[in-house]
Every structure is written in C-alpha cells, then in structure tokens.
Design a binder for this molecule. Structure first.
Ligand code: CDT
Length: 313
C-alpha cells in the first residue's frame, strides 16, 4: 500500500507593514482552496506568514511590536484558516510570531504549527537558529531576530501525522546540518520549512549573488543526507524595500528538486510525495544504525565555535 502525501507549497508574495491579518488570512485561504482543488492533504506556508518580516525594523514601541505577534492560536483572525481546513479536510503548517506570557513575563518565539485535517494542532516548533543580531545597527535593513525572539525551547521534534513522520524547521535552521540530522535520527520523512531570506542587506555582492544557489544547496543536501522530503516555502518578492528570494520548492529524498515556483508572488506548487522513496537510501548509503560513528562526533555537541589547533613552528 503506497504511503503518499500530496503537499502544496504555498509561496507568499510581499506583505506590507500595514496589511491587516484579515487581508493576509484571505490570501492564505485562497491558496488553501486552490490546494484543495489539487486534492492536497497538506499545505505549507512560509515563516512569519501572517505579517511582513518585521525584524527588519528596530521597533521600539511595545504595542506596535506586540501587534506582529499572535497571543492565541487560533485567535479570532486566524480561526477562519482552521475552520476552512477542517471543512475541506486539508492540513497545514503555518509560521507565525508567538507571544506567550509565563510567570508574568512576555516570551517571544518564531514558531510554526502543524495542523491536521480536522483543524487540530498536532505539532509546534520554535525556531532554534536565530540569525542576525540583537543590537540595532546604524544602517537600513536590520535583521533583528535575536532581539525580537528567544531561542526555541522545543528542540527538533517530529510527529506521526498524515500517515508519515513529519518535522518542521524555520528559515535559517535550514543552513545547519544538525537541524535535519536530529530529525533524521527520529526517522523523519518530510520536513516542512518556511523562510524569509532577503538579499541586499549589505553583504558583499559575491555572497548576495550566490544566495539562490545556497538556498537550494542546503535544502537539497539536508534532504539527501537524511533521505527525507523537504518542502521549502518562501516569502518572496520586493517587501518594504527589500528583495526576498523566492525559489519555493519541493525536494525529494534523492536531493532532486521536483517542483518549484516560477514567480515572486503568491503561488502554489503541488507534488504527490511517496514517503517510501527514502527507503533505499535509509537501507544502504544512509543506514544510520549501520554506518554512523558517534564515538567520533563528540565535538558536535561539546563545542560551539571552531577552535583551530595551535600553530607549530
Ligand atoms: N529569516 C531568516 O532566518 N533569514 C535568514 C537571513 C539571514 S540574513 C542576516 C536566512 O538564513 O535566510
């Protein structure tokens, strides 16, 4: 009996600073209806899918900052998504800024949830690798994720859902092999991954020019080395003065891109994914139990930064 998930990768074009949740949720609903038309089991949305990428601004006003976060999920503005999902029998993953109050203290996370076909939240992930910086810099195009989010405290869990084993990660996480491997060691079969990746933040042109290559490179490697499907979903286009790369794609366990968006706007690409396609890799070249040599991997968890050996004269 083939195990398949028909997944829709729902790229979003730019979201303006002043766009309301109602407007954005309307766009998400439109894509969900389209995905349902393609008989998708699941639709994946990008990182921070409900708002513009607000960590680009040094927002001082707490009320304004809070307005970019969700303090309940679903809340009144996001409930229509859950209702539509349940009505049509389609699941979804959604990235959003999460605000929780714990012991009277505000905690902020860059989160994503996995929702099943009945509209029930079955999984939550909080972004671990926060790029950029926490201090405001004297230049346009800040990337203040370290200022506006805490490091995720849930690890890299996976969930049995949609007839397979699914995991999530968010944007910068995709550049770190540990992200995929921790999920790979739990038998992940499909990773849902949303991203907001700007170019033109002051990096040398050589780096900017290679950003689209690096985007696919890291996701294709993660897929192949862990024999998993990867669904990478972008917020794309010219958003509030900054170019966000698109390239939303669905990657097979072979590492091959099997579907890709062609625009910088709202666009859905769909693929019926055979979850057993990773099996030959898991049985042979990436048979972890047979080939991995953890006695030689200690530095991975013991050391954070690189320390070269002392120079000899
Ligand atoms: N959202 C996110 O994680 N973006 C980063 C850009 C970092 S540029 C300072 C990324 O890795 O794509």
């Amino acid at each position: 009996m083939p195990r398949t998930i028909t997944v829709g990768a729902a790229q979003l074009g730019p979201i303006a600073r002043n766009d309301s949740r109602k407007q954005v949720v309307g766009r998400l609903l439109e894509l969900m209806r389209e995905a349902h038309g393609f008989r998708c089991d699941l639709i994946a949305y990008p990182e921070l899918a409900l708002t513009t990428f607000f960590p680009r601004w040094a927002i001082e006003d707490e009320r304004e900052l809070d307005s970019f976060y969700e303090s309940e999920m679903p809340g009144p503005e996001t409930k229509p998504l859950f209702e539509e999902a349940a009505r049509r029998g389609i699941g979804f993953s959604l990235g959003f800024a999460e605000l929780v109050i714990e012991n009277g203290r505000k905690r902020r996370f860059n989160s994503s949830i996995l929702v099943d076909k009945t509209g029930r939240i079955v999984g939550k992930y909080r972004k671990v690798h926060l790029p950029g910086h926490s201090d405001v810099m004297d230049r346009p195009g800040q990337h203040l994720e370290k200022r506006f989010f805490e490091v995720g405290d849930l690890g890299f869990p996976v969930w049995r859902a949609f007839g397979g084993i699914l995991g999530m990660c968010i944007c910068n996480d995709r550049r770190w092999p540990e992200t995929y491997r921790v999920m790979g060691l739990q038998g992940v079969e499909m990773v849902l991954l949303g991203y907001n990746s700007p170019i033109g933040l002051g990096d040398p042109f050589e780096l900017d020019a290679l950003e689209p290559f690096h985007n696919h490179l890291v996701m294709q490697s993660g897929a192949y080395q862990n024999a998993t499907w990867v669904v990478g979903v972008a917020k794309a286009g010219f958003e509030e003065g900054f170019n966000m790369i698109g390239q939303t794609c669905i990657i097979a366990p072979s590492g091959e891109i099997v579907a890709q968006c062609a625009t910088m706007g709202d666009e859905l690409v769909v693929r019926k994914c055979d979850l057993d396609m990773g099996a030959p890799y898991r049985a042979d070249i990436f048979n972890f139990a047979y080939h991995r040599r953890i006695e030689h991997y200690k530095l991975i968890t013991e050391r954070t930064g690189a320390i070269p050996p002392p120079e000899t004269t």
